[in-house]
Design a protein around this ligand. Structure first.
Ligand code: SAM
Length: 291
């Protein structure tokens, strides 16, 4: 049950005052429970020495708590119609900058260079727009190597959160799980009820904490590794031997490679660890492939 005393009425008041309707097309489900907001801040471990990038501040309920606890907050919001209400809500906080743009289109490296000092730690915190959860995360994962981002604390659809933090040998484990593990350690840190949003979403939510690995264990040929990931999980009910036929035509060569990698040809992709796939990629890179 939600504690009524903790309802963040400011969001509801702003929606009314500025005659705003939450836009489904932008994945707008605004947080109205102060407990959930505080829990996200705690799980993200926000403190005064940290800078924060928030994706989709909406009406600012999470932004305000970030502004209180962090050094500096830079937000990226796509919906310019929220501008007047958001600026009203953030007027007491001079450590917040809002950029009105599409997060998927911005130059993240430039944004960081323009807004933060070199060597300052940055984290990403967001109640994500669920329709683009995966592309947002992949954009941050892939830019990470040039950036000072150390972790992401993000609310997302439960189903996606379970996949990203899944263990090997489970139905939730897929190529995205392994891609996530390649860059970071992902941990599900909160389960969130539908009742804490306005409007109420159709799906349950979770918060996942992604901590970037300081040192990546890298395959020799990264492009081949990414391609191999796609191929192995293309038809997840098929054995790895069968899926590998998309990359290597000759069955004997596949069997030789799997033998060198110490992998049973009858295994399925969900049985392979990140390390197994990196090793397999390195052996295929050495032995050669057709495509
Ligand atoms: N942070 C607010 C909260 O918790 O109440 C709003 C979260 S709402 C789930 C997602 C927010 O992301 C909305 O404000 C929406 O307009 C914004 N958004 C959607 N697509 C976006 C994009 N491509 N780039 C930046 N912001 C986006």
């Amino acid at each position: 049950m939600m504690n009524k005393k903790k309802i963040n009425n400011k969001t509801i008041a702003l929606l009314n005052e500025y005659e705003l309707q939450a836009k489904k097309s932008y994945g707008q489900n605004f947080l109205i429970d102060q407990n959930t907001i505080n829990n996200i801040i705690t799980k993200a471990n926000v403190h005064k020495k940290l800078n924060v990038i928030e994706i989709g501040p909406g009406l600012g309920s999470l932004t305000i708590e970030l502004a209180k606890k962090a050094n500096k907050v830079v937000c990226i919001e796509i919906d310019t119609k929220l501008k007047a209400a958001l600026e009203n809500n953030l007027q007491d906080y001079d450590n917040v900058t809002v950029i009105y743009d599409d997060f998927l289109k911005i130059d993240l490296e430039k944004l960081i260079k323009d807004n933060f000092n070199k060597d300052e730690e940055i984290i990403v915190v967001a109640n994500l727009p669920y329709y683009i959860t995966t592309p947002i995360l992949i954009k941050i994962f892939e830019s990470k190597r040039n950036l000072k981002i150390t972790r992401i604390c993000a609310m997302m659809q439960k189903e996606v959160g379970l996949r990203l933090s899944a263990n090997k040998d489970t139905k939730d484990y897929n190529s995205l799980t392994i891609l996530t593990q390649y860059y970071c350690d992902a941990k599900l840190v909160l389960s969130v009820s539908k009742n804490v949003f306005i409007p109420k979403p159709n799906v349950d939510s979770v918060v996942v904490l992604f901590t970037f690995k300081e040192q990546l264990v890298k395959p020799i040929n990264e492009l081949l590794f990414f391609k191999l990931l796609r191929i192995l999980f293309a038809q997840r009910r098929k054995t790895i031997l069968n899926n590998l036929k998309q990359l290597i035509k000759d069955k004997d060569t596949i069997e030789k490679i799997l033998n060198l990698a110490n992998l049973d040809p009858k295994l399925r992709a969900e049985n392979l660890s990140l390390e197994d796939i990196i090793l397999l990629s390195d052996i295929i890179n050495k032995e050669g492939y057709d495509d």
